[in-house]
Ligand binder design. Structure first.
Ligand code: NAD
Length: 518
């Protein structure tokens, strides 16, 4: 059934939002809604001169922002949290209109962005507090460790979760006392600008967070060439270019990249719960989610039971596309996505994979919509065996032993997220710890780890470098400075004591420190 799409975004609202882009030229790029293929907005494009200006203003504003102190910055982030929740309906409409995702998935974005603002708004002050450490000569050497903001952080984000991927990293950067220049993906500028408008009303000054627009290869690169730290979310291929640019300038970079995530169902799992988790984990946001599952390994004794319940559940999904709550899956966001997903499925089919359900576009619902698809008999010769599809497509495989499940789960260059299902929590956690992946969820698909803001999130291997969330997600935006203050005698042989005598004293002192386990 095709849900009617109301007039997407009011022209006045679009005009107000696009005015927030730092752009002076007059060049524009058009965006199109995946809900119906209609033109959504004409986004002003930034020039390199505009990017220079944004960085100059951000650099001038940074010491003032840092001087506010963590507590006051946190207060403004908590205000951002409150406004996000209060104004979620409009933001969610905009996210759906730009991405084509379900209302449930769009609402999760608001929740995750708000939770991040709350977490750092409440805890950043504690994480940033000066720490005392043991000095070279106990009592005489005092050591303070300071967390100093990097300066101006460049945030480059993708289209798939434009609110939370566009803001969660940057919010942590702000909490740590940095300013931000952000380059959201071209497809989802309106969401980024609407959230910017909320952030400014929450008390974040204009120059503290600025948004530039333009092609990734040009304007994204310009951020890498100017920032003091780059936080990038996107494909592994682009992440490598960003890392190379950061290495050239010797700046730090955090990279949240692709995945080919495995889910493992052991023979003692609650199959209904596992099927429910697989549905959410494979088809949320039409599979356009870095932590979603594209490989599903099921213990052979329950393989057939799981397969039949899973396929039935996929058939029962509501595939409507639109702004209301009924939609379960949503549409792919762009023609490029549809092309890639179709190519992966056709390649697998041509090489002998069996399509258990789906396996075709649903242009009757939206121009780039694709049916949720379950494959069986996928082999190494097929493109989607190893490569990220980033769509609503999952392959089922049986396994015989826990060791084989671990081996299969680890048979990937990626390591972003995984999921293990068993009624025996101890066994599942033991298996989880053997999977080379930045997060592993036990008896949940992805929300348990992703929603635990106090826990780090990121990738092993080709899935990235660095971590968002938790203290790690904040401290990456700081330089660590040691201030060591010496009093009394200096660190060396005192006047009148021979070097040989001093070495003997030092040897004894080191032995004492070893004995005291200092
Ligand atoms: P992408 O790499 O094509 O684009 C991401 C961003 O980088 C966009 O803003 C783009 O304009 C910009 N960009 C493009 N070329 C650039 C360059 N040379 N220098 C600097 N910036 C450049 O990725 P995408 O296709 O938009 O996003 C999908 C990918 O993102 C998937 O692989 C997905 O797994 C990954 N992803 C990862 C996470 C995570 O947390 N690990 C989250 C979301 C998406």
């Amino acid at each position: 059934m095709h849900t009617d799409v109301p007039r997407l975004v009011a022209p006045d609202r679009v005009a107000d939002l696009v005015a927030l882009v730092t752009a002076s030229g007059g060049e524009v790029a058009e965006t199109v809604s995946p809900l119906d293929g209609s033109t959504l907005a004409r986004i002003p494009q930034s020039s390199l001169v505009d990017v220079d200006g944004a960085f100059a203003r951000a650099r001038a504003a940074q010491p003032v922002w840092a001087a506010l102190g963590a507590s006051e910055r946190g207060r403004r982030l908590l205000e951002f949290h409150d406004l996000l929740l209060a104004e979620q309906a409009q933001l969610v409409d905009l996210i759906i209109t730009e991405t084509g995702k379900s209302r449930r998935d769009a609402t999760d974005e608001v929740f995750h962005a708000a939770m991040t603002a709350r977490y750092y708004g409440v805890h950043a002050e504690r994480f940033l507090r000066r720490e005392r450490r043991l000095g070279a000569i106990p009592v005489l050497t005092r050591v303070d460790v300071n967390h100093v903001p990097k300066g101006v952080v460049g945030v480059i984000s993708p289209w798939n979760y434009p609110l939370t991927m566009g803001f969660s990293d940057g919010v942590a950067a702000l909490a740590a006392g940095n300013t931000v220049v952000a380059k959201p993906d071209a497809q989802t500028m309106l969401t980024a600008l609407a959230a910017l408008e909320v952030l400014r009303r929450a008390g974040v000054p204009d120059d503290v967070w600025q948004v530039v627009a333009g092609p990734g290869g040009e304007i994204g690169t310009a951020l890498v060439e100017r920032a003091d730290h780059i936080t990038f979310t996107g494909s592994t291929a682009t992440g490598r270019k960003v890392a190379a640019g950061a290495a050239e300038r010797l700046i730090s970079a955090s990279l949240e990249l692709g995945g080919k995530n495995p889910m493992v169902v052991l023979e003692d799992a609650d199959l209904d719960a596992a099927v429910d988790g697989a549905i959410r984990g494979c088809f949320g946001n039409a599979g356009q989610l870095c932590v979603s599952f594209e490989r599903l390994y099921v213990a052979r004794p329950v393989y057939h039971a799981f397969r039949s319940r899973f396929v039935d559940a996929v058939r029962a999904l509501d595939l409507t596309v639109g702004l209301d709550w009924s939609c379960d899956v949503g549409t792919l966001t762009s023609p490029a996505q549809l092309e890639k997903v179709s190519a992966h499925v056709e390649d697998a089919r041509a090489k002998g994979a069996v399509v258990l359900v789906g396996g075709h576009p649903r242009e009757d619902l939206a121009p780039w919509c694709y049916a949720p698809t379950v494959l069986e008999g996928v082999t190494e010769s097929m493109d989607l065996y190893r490569n990220e599809t980033f769509g609503p497509v999952v392959a089922l495989y049986p396994f015989d032993t826990d060791d084989e499940a671990v081996e299969l789960a680890n048979d990937s260059v990626y390591g972003l997220n995984a999921s293990v299902w068993s009624r025996d929590g101890h066994r599942a956690r033991a298996l989880a710890s053997r999977i080379r992946s930045g997060s592993v969820n036990v008896n949940e698909a992805l929300a348990a780890s992703f929603g635990s803001l106090s826990a780090p999130m990121g990738g092993f291997g080709d899935s990235g470098l660095g971590r968002r969330q938790g203290p790690e997600g904040l401290l990456r935006f700081t330089e660590v400075q040691t201030v060591a203050s010496q009093r009394g005698m200096g660190v060396g042989a005192p006047a009148g004591v021979s070097r040989e005598k001093f070495a003997a004293v030092m040897t004894s002192a080191l032995k004492v420190m070893r004995a005291l386990r200092l």
